[in-house]
Design a protein around this ligand. Structure first.
Ligand code: ZN
Length: 80
C-alpha cells in the first residue's frame, strides 16, 4: 500500500498512509496524514475491491463473500 498516494483535500499536497486495517478480503480501512508540515491534515479512507477483472489461477475455496456486490460503489464508480 505504500506506493498508493492520495492528494490532500485541503492543501493539495500528497498524503501518506499512516496505517491500515484489512477488515474483509475485499475491504481495507486506511488512515492518512498529509505530508505537508504546515498542513498535517489527517483523514480516514476506504479501499474496496470492486470487481474481478481476471480470475485467479489459485481460487480460494473458502472465499464466499463478495463485498462489492452488496455496497453502492458500483452504482457511482466509473465503468472502467
Ligand atoms: Zn494537506
Amino acid at each position: 500500500m505504500s506506493s498508493t498516494d492520495f492528494d490532500c483535500r485541503y492543501c493539495g499536497d500528497r498524503m501518506r498512509i499512516r496505517t491500515s486495517k484489512q477488515l474483509h478480503p475485499d475491504y481495507r480501512k486506511l488512515y492518512l496524514e498529509c505530508r505537508n508540515p504546515d498542513c498535517r491534515a489527517k483523514a480516514r479512507a476506504e479501499f474496496v475491491v470492486t470487481a474481478t477483472l481476471s480470475p485467479s489461477g489459485r481460487p480460494n475455496p473458502n472465499y464466499q463473500e463478495k463485498l462489492a456486490e452488496h455496497v453502492p460503489w458500483q452504482c457511482t464508480a466509473e465503468s472502467t
